[in-house]
Design a protein. Structure first.
Length: 267
């Protein structure tokens, strides 16, 4: 069996875009009001991916650790910004906190994955660092966003109960425990579901890409397992970190719940 790669040119991409046009047509037929948004999203995705491809080609052609680190830093900070932008509840100081958590956890997990597991040489090899970081960020920011929104919404919703526990002598950690636990659970649900579905229900993106690129299927499966484990670790660390720090921001130095610091942003 041949594992040769089929070249995908501009003509083939234009043919594939017919599927997006069909989706937009369905929106028009059912008066969903999504046709314009679908087309703009498709154009934006195509433009972003084309630019990314050109940037990565340029980065890969240069043997520069500094350039790789700058790109990784920019990716992590943008992911942190996006994580907060997706939430409907905000807390003062939350944006900087979330960006710091995303940066620290994604870099730590990427370093572990590339150095302890893959043992990449040289350590700054962009072929491995940038795609792995991108996959970790893309999934981790979802868990962080869900966890952050859930913990802040939980404090607003459970204000009376939390303040009652504090009034009866409970510590901040004890009074916030149920809200924190539920927020962490919420943030981890997507990655757990993704791992449950992988292989049995769906072929994950990385494995699909490697198979289409001609990689031997079982080798592609092993790489996908590795990526899933890295994503799970990044999501867990990021979600726990952002939930605990958001809890800290929601209380003052006298362990009083400050709901006035939490605001709801309408979508």
């Amino acid at each position: 069996m041949s594992l040769a790669t089929i070249d995908l040119g501009v003509g083939e991409l234009l043919l594939a875009s017919v599927l997006v046009l069909a989706t937009a047509a369905a929106s028009l037929a059912f008066h969903l009001g999504m046709a314009r948004g679908l087309l703009l999203a498709a154009l934006r995705a195509a433009a972003q991916l084309a630019v990314l491809g050109l940037v990565l080609r340029w980065v890969f052609a240069r043997d520069s650790a500094a350039l790789v680190l700058v790109m990784m830093l920019a990716m992590a900070l943008l992911a942190g910004h996006e994580a907060v932008r997706r939430t409907r509840h905000r807390v003062r100081g939350g944006k900087g906190m979330a960006m710091g958590v995303v940066l620290a956890t994604s870099m730590a997990v990427t370093a572990y994955a590339t150095q302890a597991v893959l043992r990449v040489e040289p350590w700054y090899e962009p072929q491995y660092l940038i795609p792995i970081l991108g996959m970790i960020l893309g999934n981790t920011l979802n868990g962080i966003s869900l966890g952050l929104d859930a913990v802040l919404a939980g404090f607003r919703r459970e204000r009376t109960r939390v303040e009652g526990l504090l009034a009866h002598g409970a510590t901040r950690a004890s009074a916030a425990r149920d809200v924190v636990r539920e927020a962490v659970r919420t943030g981890l649900v997507p990655v757990v579901n993704m791992m449950i579905a992988a292989g049995a229900i769906s072929i994950p993106g990385m494995m699909t890409g490697q198979i289409l690129a001609g990689e031997e299927p079982f080798s592609a499966a092993r790489y996908q397992m590795f990526i899933l484990f890295a994503i799970a670790g990044g999501t867990a660390l990021g979600t726990v970190g952002v939930v605990l720090l958001a809890t800290r921001l929601a209380f003052d130095e006298r362990d009083r719940l400050r709901v006035d610091r939490i605001e709801r942003v309408d979508a």
